[in-house]
Design a protein around this ligand. Sequence first.
Ligand code: ADP
Ligand code: MG
Length: 257
Amino acid sequence: MGKVIAVFNQKGGVGKTTTNVNLSASIGKMGKKVLVLDLDPQGNTTSGYGIEKQEVENTIYEVMLDGVDIREAILPTEFDNVDTIASATELSGAEIELTNMDKREYVLKNAIECVRKDYDYIFIDCPPSLGMLTINCLTAVDSVLIPIQCEYYALEGVSQLMETIKLVKSRLNPHIEIQGVVLSMFDGRANLSIQVVEEVKRYFKGSVYTTLIPRNVRLAEAPSHGKPVIYYDARCRGAEAYMDLAEEFIDLEEDII
Ligand code: ADP
Ligand code: MG
C-alpha cells in the first residue's frame, strides 16, 4: 500500500510546491512509483510538471465535487515513474461547496483509497490555507512533510501548524505523523540561515532532514520549462540537493541508516 504524504505549511512561499515537484520527481527517478496530486487551486505543481491546466478533462475538482472516478483523473507524465492529478482554479470554490457535502472531511481520503495500491508514494501539494481542502488533505494522509524557509520568522506560524495537525489527529486522523522537516532556500554564507537551521532543529528535534535545500536559481527557473529540476539541469546544486533529499527520505523509510 502506498504511503500518502502532504507537503504542508500554511505559510506561503516557503518552498512547498518546489519540494513537492522536485522530491517526487527524484523519488520517481530512484525507481519508486509516485503519484503527485495538486490540491492547490493555483496549480503550480500541475504546471511545474508541464501540464496545461486548460487541457485537462478531469482534475481533482471533478473527483472531489462531481464524483468522477479518481482513476479517470490520473495523467501520466514524461518523467520516470511519476503520474499526476491536476488541480483547477475552480478548486478555490470547493472550499465552500464541500461544506454541504456528507462526510465532507473524508472526500479526498475515500477517493485516494482505490489507487493507493498502485503507488509507492502519493504526494499532495496543499494550498496555503486552513480551509476544507487542507482538512481533507490532512485527513487523507499518513504523514506530513513540512518545508521551512531559512529566513527571518522561519518558525512564525509553526505552532499554529502543529496545533492544526494535533487537532486533525485527535478528531479525524489518529495515525497522522510528521514525515520530516525540510529546510529550504538555505544560504551557507548567511549567518541567518545557519541560525535558522539550529533553531528549527531545536524545535523539531530529530525530525529535520540532514539535507539542506540551497537557494538556487535553477529551482526557480525549472517550472517555467514545465520540468522538475533534475530534468532541466541535472547537475545544478538544486537538482543535487533534491536527489540527496530523496535518498535520505528513502533510507529513513526503509530504515537502512
Ligand atoms: P510555496 O508552494 O510554499 O508557496 P514555492 O515552492 O512556490 O512555495 O516557492 C516560492 C518561490 O520561491 C517560487 O518562486 C520558487 O520558484 C522559489 N523557490 C523555492 N525554493 C527555492 C530555492 N531553493 N531556491 C530558489 N528559489 C526557490
Ligand atoms: Mg505552492
